[in-house]
Design a protein around this ligand. Structure first.
Ligand code: P6P
Length: 337
C-alpha cells in the first residue's frame, strides 16, 4: 500500500476546501511536530528522569506530573512558533494563554487541549494521550479572548487526539470523516493507517469505573446490571474494559465498538471530564465516525460553554449502546424525580 504521510494527506485534503489558504493545514502540521517530540519523551520516560510529580497541584486539584508539564510546554511552544492561533486553552493552565506576537496577529484560530490525558498512568507504562479542539476565533483582532472558547462544540473546525501507546497514533477530523495515522519511527512521519474510520453501531464492551458504583445515578446502575445479564441474543454479558486513560478506552471503543461512561458521582457531581478540551473534541470525532456522545440526556456538542474548565457527564461510543444507556437514565430519572 502506498505510504501517505500526514503532511501529504493534509495537503491533498486541503484542496477539498477551495478557499483554504493553508492555515488549518499548517496548524495540524504544528500539532504533529509537537506530538512526535512528546512521544519521544513518553517512550523513554522511565529513563529520562521525567517520571514522578513536580510537587505542584494544577487547577483541577490534581498532582502535576513532570511529563504533563513537558507535554504542555512542547505543545504551547510549537503552537506559538507556528503562528496559526491567537490563543490557547490548556487543562494545565487556569486561564487562557493569549498569543500576542507578530506571527499570530493574523491568526484565524484558537486551540483548546488536554496535553497529557490519563497522566496518572505514565509511571506504570499505560497508554496516555493528548486531546485537541480547534475553533475559528470570534474576537475581532489581536490576542484571543475567553469569548473565543465559549463556543458550542458544533462550532469546532477540527478535533483530534494522539495516543502514546504500543504505537503512537494521531486521529483527527475536520468534519469530513475521521482518519488515523501511525507514527513510523524509522522515518519520523505519521503515516495513514486507518483511513475513514467508522465506529461499529453496536458493541460488547463497556468502560466505566465501577468503583464508583454506589454513587452512580440509578440509570447508570441499572445499565451496568443490564451489561452483566446473560442474554445470547444481545451478546451479553458484555466485557468490562477500563484502562483509566480516557483516550485509550475511547480509541479502543472507536475501532472495536463499545461505550465509555463517566457519569456524575458524589466526588464529581458534574462529572469529571472537561467539556472544552476532552468531551467536545472526542464527541466531534465519534460523531464523524458514526457514533454518539451525550451527557446522558443532551448531545455533548450542543451544551453551552460558560466556564473554561467546566465538567460534564460523558456517555460516548457506539450509537446503540449510548442510546440504551440513555433509555435507562430517562426511565430511572422519571422514577426518582
Ligand atoms: P477515574 C484521566 O484523569 C481521566 O480524565 C480520563 O482520561 C480517565 O478515563 C478518567 O479520568 C479516569 O478517572 O476517576 O476513573 O480514575
Amino acid at each position: 500500500m502506498r505510504v501517505q504521510t500526514l503532511g501529504q494527506f493534509i495537503i491533498e485534503k486541503q484542496n477539498d476546501f477551495p478557499y483554504a489558504k493553508g492555515e488549518l493545514s499548517r496548524l495540524l502540521r504544528d500539532i504533529g511536530i509537537a506530538a512526535k517530540i512528546v512521544n519521544r519523551e513518553v517512550s523513554k520516560a522511565g529513563l529520562a528522569e521525567i517520571l514522578g510529580e513536580t510537587g505542584e497541584i494544577n487547577v483541577q486539584g490534581e498532582n502535576v506530573k513532570k511529563l504533563d508539564v513537558f507535554a504542555n510546554d512542547q505543545f504551547i511552544a510549537a503552537l506559538k512558533a507556528g503562528g496559526e492561533v491567537c490563543a490557547i486553552a490548556s487543562e494545565e493552565n487556569e486561564d487562557i494563554i493569549p498569543i500576542d506576537n507578530e506571527v499570530s496577529k493574523t491568526a484565524k484560530y484558537v486551540i483548546a487541549m488536554d496535553p497529557l490525558d490519563g497522566s496518572s498512568n505514565i509511571d506504570v507504562n499505560v497508554s496516555v494521550g493528548t486531546i485537541f479542539s480547534i475553533y475559528r476565533r470570534v474576537s475581532l483582532s489581536g490576542p484571543g479572548t475567553i469569548e473565543d472558547f465559549m463556543q458550542q462544540g458544533t462550532e469546532q473546525v477540527a478535533a483530534g487526539y494522539i495516543i502514546y501507546g504500543s504505537s503512537c497514533m494521531l486521529v483527527y477530523t475536520t468534519g469530513r470523516g475521521v482518519n488515523g495515522f501511525t507514527l513510523d519511527p524509522s522515518i519520523g512521519e505519521f503515516c495513514l493507517s486507518n483511513p475513514d474510520i467508522k465506529t461499529p453501531q453496536d458493541g460488547s464492551m463497556y468502560s466505566l469505573n465501577e468503583g464508583n458504583y454506589l454513587h452512580f445515578p440509578d440509570g447508570v446502575k441499572k445499565y451496568v446490571k443490564y451489561c452483566q445479564e446473560e442474554d445470547k441474543a444481545t451478546n451479553r454479558p458484555y466485557s468490562s474494559r477500563y484502562i483509566g486513560s480516557g483516550v485509550a478506552d475511547i480509541h479502543r471503543n472507536l475501532l472495536k465498538g463499545g461505550v465509555y461512561i463517566y457519569p456524575t458521582t458524589t466526588k464529581s457531581p458534574n462529572g469529571k471530564l472537561r467539556l472544552l478540551y476532552e468531551c467536545n473534541p472526542l464527541a466531534f470525532i465519534i460523531e464523524q465516525a458514526g457514533g454518539k456522545a451525550t451527557d446522558g440526556k443532551k448531545r455533548i456538542m450542543e451544551k453551552g460553554m460558560h466556564e473554561l474548565h467546566q465538567r460534564t457527564p460523558l456517555f460516548i461510543g457506539s450509537t446503540q449502546m449510548v442510546e440504551k444507556a440513555m433509555e435507562f437514565m430517562l426511565k430511572h430519572e422519571t422514577v426518582s424525580s
